[in-house]
Design a protein around this ligand. Structure first.
Ligand code: C2E
Ligand code: MG
Ligand code: MG
Ligand code: MG
Length: 276
């Protein structure tokens, strides 16, 4: 702990903190300022229904437009935000901005598909989550059934009973729920069926080598079978090649997103794509 002891105290503060703790504190300060200064933005990656080729959704992905560093990807600041508790503020900004943008597009007459927003474990376990989501929907006038929240397996695993209650409450608001990065945790069929969810997202790491790796084909096939057995919609993420898409189509995968169709796009570019 730092003590206000003039210069000596300040040095004590400095020396007693590890480099990584200092980095975290510095990042926290910068991130807080970035949110206040409006330096965060959302990009939107289309989600395509495989059978029809239609855009049926988009995932909102946060970026930080930093004066010095340019466009900073989320992997460089989301983990810090999670460690410092800043994720609450950041996550709420993301949710509000996605709903605000969605509403604006609708008002402009664009056929906006469902928007998916990522939620971190910490947000899920925040007592006030359901109220906050409700407030953002009221405030922005965005239709709840056009919003999907993505949660990871590990977030749900933690305090399962509570998670189930929160998910039910979110579902009652009319939202859709997805499990992100599916296959990287330890979910069994029995475990999965207790959660009121709508969508499974097959993690990119199983999609990457679908064309050449038999184990990955087996895993993706098993996830598809499991998802469909539970009447969930299954989406594959990180689809980059026609060969991957061909496998997914042949195995009944419902939806995909990935560079093959489009990378995440800034709002104006995404709106142009919707208007086409
Ligand atoms: P995620 O939710 O699994 O998002 C998918 C990531 O895969 C995105 O990275 C996306 O840009 C990338 N991606 C999509 N298609 C392809 C592809 O074909 N090839 C390759 N190589 N990559 C592809 P991004 O935007 O860097 O986000 C990384 C992670 O950061 C996300 O993974 C998510 O966990 C987290 N994240 C992003 N935005 C938010 C947010 O608003 N809140 C929270 N809590 N986490 C976020
Ligand atoms: Mg996601
Ligand atoms: Mg994912
Ligand atoms: Mg991922």
């Amino acid at each position: 702990r730092a003590k206000a002891e003039g210069r000596g105290g300040f040095r004590f503060f400095d020396d007693s903190l590890t480099a990584s703790a200092r980095h975290r504190i510095e990042m926290e300060t910068r991130l807080r300022r970035a949110i206040e200064a409006g330096e965060l933005e959302l990009h939107y990656q289309p989600q395509v229904e495989i059978a029809s080729g239609r855009i049926i959704g988009a995932e909102a992905l946060v970026r930080w437009r930093d004066g010095e560093r340019g466009l900073v990807p989320p992997d460089a600041f989301i983990p810090v935000a999670e460690q410092t508790g800043m994720i609450g503020l950041l996550g709420e900004w993301v949710l509000r901005e996605a709903c605000r943008q969605g509403r604006e597009w609708r008002d402009a007459g664009l056929a906006v598909p469902r928007l998916a927003v990522n939620l971190s474990a910490r947000q899920l376990h925040d007592e006030s989550l359901v109220e906050r989501v409700r407030a953002v929907l009221d405030e922005t006038g965005y239709p709840p059934d056009r919003l999907e929240l993505e949660l990871t397996e590990s977030a749900l695993m933690h305090q399962q009973e509570r998670s189930v209650r929160v998910l039910r409450a979110l579902r009652r608001l009319g939202l859709h729920l997805a499990i992100d990065d599916f296959g990287t945790g330890y979910s069994s069929l029995a475990y999965l069926r207790q959660f009121p969810i709508d969508v499974l997202k097959i993690d990119k790491r199983f999609v990457d080598d679908l064309a050449e790796n038999n184990d990955d084909r087996e895993i993706a096939g098993a996830i598809l079978a499991m998802g469909h057995a539970l009447r969930l919609s299954v989406i594959a993420e990180g689809v980059e090649t026609e060969a991957q898409l061909a496998f997914l189509r042949a195995n009944g995968c419902d939806t995909y997103q990935g560079y093959l169709f489009s990378p995440p796009l800034p709002p104006a570019a995404f709106a142009r794509l919707l208007a086409e």
